[in-house]
Design a protein around this ligand. Structure first.
Ligand SMILES: Cc1cc2nc3c(=O)[nH]c(=O)nc-3n(C[C@H](O)[C@H](O)[C@H](O)COP(=O)(O)OP(=O)(O)OC[C@H]3O[C@@H](n4cnc5c(N)ncnc54)[C@H](O)[C@@H]3O)c2cc1C
Length: 423
């Protein structure tokens, strides 16, 4: 076993969407950047593979528009519940395209990482960061990474560090980052299934899922067509109530596949692979999200949107935001990185995530969720703004729409609670 040393300006742990985005936006400014990724691309990742218009904006801005053009495009969401189906197109907006894509993470993550390399970032694959060594003042001095094939050790010295490890975030936790357990969290699982409906131009979401006892679950099932003869089928739920923490997600996915099997021509037996799942850390409920010379981005910072479980766009955005902050601090060394990063996160997501977390707590009461979904799926005028807010696709010119929506849902919840049936 040998020990070697790398010196750089910025070192990044993890080359998923958040780490590779940070690397791209640093390298394009000629800031020397090294990314350590424990896996080799291409690699599987538990994900629904759904890219909303928000993700498309970020990927196109990184020069990945041509890559997306060859992938399966879709135009909106088909929401199903209580025997009704509503097709809601993505909103027309000057900020966002009217379409998204479904792309396997097997392909997408490799493309994003290669894109970062193409502008000068150095991505070392097969290197797992096992420790962050800190000074007594609390700065990260260097990272210790292990080549998983040879066992050789590399020490990476940098001025700034970005932790983009995804949801398991061992290094960030070793630096004191922790989740606020009073806030919502989620779990999700997905599998691939062969079907002859793989070319459909809508993603589908089943909003009235039930547990084995027939109780409505605070979550949803999805079918995302990949355009290659397969669909990504999955199931996600909120686990902020103890009641749902013990739910067996594999069995819940099987029940969902059985339910939609006849319509999609799928069954547990034509699954292309064993389902895999993971945690959904949402609403920036992880803190602290930065230190003297480091920051957390993407899932490591808990960046997933609590309204819909979407995380790729927020990983790309927070990676970019982190790169902007580091670039600014490098040119203005007296700036406090922690303060600037927190202020930028708050300005971009603070109000929206505060509303989203309150909304999620409210809606995860099944007796409120069930009638709310029943009503929404019966009226396109309700469902359209709901989808726009939940996917965070409203215009910055109309920032109050989220607050208005929450206000209506809160009033609706009070009415439901006041009825005799709610006890
Ligand atoms: C079942 C499921 C379905 C989902 N569906 C969707 C969806 O359809 N659309 C959507 O937008 N979001 C979805 N999400 C959320 C989305 O997958 C995440 O938000 C997104 O992957 C976050 O990107 P990231 O870069 O922060 O982390 P990750 O994608 O997890 O990347 C982290 C990277 O860091 C590497 N790494 C970790 N630790 C180390 C270490 N110590 N040393 C070196 N490398 C390390 C990992 O190997 C990995 O490559 C889903 C999540 C789940 C679990």
């Amino acid at each position: 076993m040998s020990i070697s040393r790398i010196d750089t300006t910025v070192a990044i742990v993890g080359a998923g969407p958040s780490g590779a985005s940070a690397a791209y936006w640093l390298a394009i400014r000629n800031i020397p950047t090294v990314v350590l990724e424990k896996k080799h691309f291409p690699r599987e990742k538990a994900c629904g593979d759904g890219l909303t218009p928000r993700s498309v904006v970020q990927l196109e801005s990184m020069g990945l528009g041509e890559f997306l053009k060859g992938k399966h495009m879709y135009y909106g969401l088909r929401a199903l519940a209580y025997g009704k189906a509503l097709e809601i197109p993505w909103p027309k907006s000057p900020e966002y395209p009217d379409h998204g894509y479904v792309v396997t993470r097997y392909e997408l993550d490799q493309a994003i990482a290669e894109n970062a390399c193409s502008v000068g970032a150095r991505v070392l694959q097969g290197y797992e960061v096992v420790e962050a060594i800190r000074s007594t003042a609390g700065r990260i001095e260097f990272l210790v990474a292990k080549d998983k094939d040879s066992g050789d050790v590399v020490e990476i010295f940098a001025q700034y560090f970005v932790l983009a490890e995804g949801a398991n975030s061992r290094i960030a936790r070793s630096l004191g980052a922790a989740r606020d357990r009073s806030e919502p969290m989620g779990m999700a699982i997905r599998g691939y299934f062969n079907t002859n409906r793989s070319d459909e131009a809508w993603i589908e979401s089943q909003m009235d899922l039930k547990d084995e006892g027939g109780n409505v679950i605070p979550g949803y099932g999805w079918v995302f067509p990949l355009g290659d003869g397969r669909v990504n089928v999955g199931f996600g739920l909120l686990t902020n109530s103890n009641r749902w923490k013990s739910i067996n997600t594999t069995q819940a996915l099987e029940r969902y596949v059985t339910q939609i099997g006849p319509s999609w021509g799928i069954s547990a037996t034509n699954s292309g692979s064993k389902p895999i799942g993971g945690k959904l850390q949402m609403g920036h409920t992880i803190s602290p999200r930065s230190g003297l010379n480091f920051m957390l981005v993407g899932d490591t910072a808990g960046s997933i949107n609590p309204f819909n479980g979407e995380g790729i766009s927020y990983a790309l955005e927070t990676g970019r935001l982190g790169a902007d902050v580091i670039s600014y601090v490098l040119s203005n060394p007296s700036t406090d990185l922690t303060r600037l990063y927190q202020a930028r996160l708050q300005a971009s997501y603070g109000n929206y995530y505060a509303i989203a977390k309150k909304f999620v707590k409210l809606i995860s009461e099944p007796k409120i969720m069930a009638p709310a979904i029943w009503m929404a799926t019966r009226d396109e005028r309700l469902m359209t703004p709901l989808v726009t807010v939940m996917a965070n696709l409203f215009s910055p010119q109309n920032p109050q729409i989220g607050d208005k929506l929450y206000h209506y849902v809160e009033r609706f919840a009070s009415l439901v609670r006041a009825t005799k049936a709610y006890s």
